[in-house]
Design a protein around this ligand. Structure first.
Ligand code: SF4
Length: 296
């Protein structure tokens, strides 16, 4: 497990129409026994955050901020030092199966090392002889996890590992992540589904429009959410019992090409006020912070 601090991290993507401000002043801290869940809608910056940590953002650039690992800054490390000491060894990223397949070839030494990782995720070695279309969604996700675990990393960034899987397979993947944690691996679980985080992580960061609008312990974020967007996400989760009426958040996420000044949730917020047209302050909460004028 590792202690991690992200301070004021900002990332832009250059496009022919201008810079897309994918991440702006993101910050949080994890102790060495903590895992984090990152939740929010598509395009809010969740995946960019994971890719920035492992320095794999294609077409994007970290324009400000610092990433510290066990109190040592890794932001300015050369590519070769990062490769030798951090990437895949400390941090690893688990992405969607089809993306990974394009980058690796399942032959030779790679295949030998892969066998150990397949044991970790309870998969038969014979699956390495199958074609991708012969594999179920659950098998594909477990292969991807096995690949992420090849070098026994201390920190796994899992980007949407349960997307498009049925609930039984989702449960298998969640159990797998839990067992990794028991074996001392920290996890960053990136998802648009806030409901799956509570069982796995100690901390939650809610992303909206490239900003982390709320960060805190999972207990506080679930039981006493502060940001109107977090409340909206929680209100949209179905429950098995009770008469809870599901709500949704009307409107669309902001355009990050030229974001308006002020709170990025302004157009969709049921509690928006005039002063929300200015950038919201960062207010301390019991276990983290919230970016919102309501708590000033
Ligand atoms: Fe809503 Fe204002 Fe808070 Fe933004 S700052 S979430 S607009 S109340």
């Amino acid at each position: 497990m590792v202690k991690m601090q992200i301070s004021d991290l900002s990332v832009n993507y250059e496009t022919s129409s201008g810079d897309v401000h994918a991440l702006e002043n993101v910050e949080f801290q994890l102790e060495d026994n903590e895992s984090i869940g990152i939740a929010g809608e598509s395009g809010c910056g969740k995946s960019t955050l994971g890719l920035s940590i492992i320095k794999m953002i294609q077409g994007g650039k970290i324009i400000a901020g610092e990433i510290t690992l066990d109190e040592k800054s890794i932001s300015n490390m050369s590519e070769s030092e990062f490769d030798d000491t951090i990437r895949w060894k400390v941090f690893t990223i688990e992405q969607q199966f089809d993306q990974i397949l394009k980058q690796h070839d399942f032959t030779g030494d790679f295949q030998k090392t892969m066998h150990n990782s397949l044991d970790t995720v309870n998969l038969s070695h014979s699956i390495l002889k199958k074609y991708p279309h012969e594999l179920s969604g659950g098998m594909k996700q477990r292969i991807v996890l096995a690949m992420a675990l090849l070098l026994e990393p201390k920190f796994v960034i899992a980007d949407e590992p349960t997307t498009a899987l049925d609930v039984l397979i989702q449960a298998q993947i969640i159990n797998l992540l839990k067992s990794l944690k028991k074996n001392g691996v920290s996890i960053m679980l990136i998802t648009h589904d806030l409901a799956i985080l509570s069982e796995i992580v100690e901390k939650i960061g809610i992303m909206y429009g490239g900003k982390m609008v709320e960060f805190g312990s999972s207990t506080e974020v679930y039981r006493k959410p502060k940001h109107p967007y977090t409340k909206g996400l929680l209100d949209s989760i179905p429950t098995l019992r009770g008469e809870k009426k599901l709500k949704f958040i009307p409107g669309n996420p902001p355009n990050l090409l030229s974001p308006e000044p002020g709170c990025r949730f302004f157009d969709r917020c049921p509690e928006a006020m005039d002063k929300c047209k200015k950038n919201p302050p960062k207010i301390k909460t019991d276990s983290g912070y919230v970016l919102c004028w309501l708590y000033e």
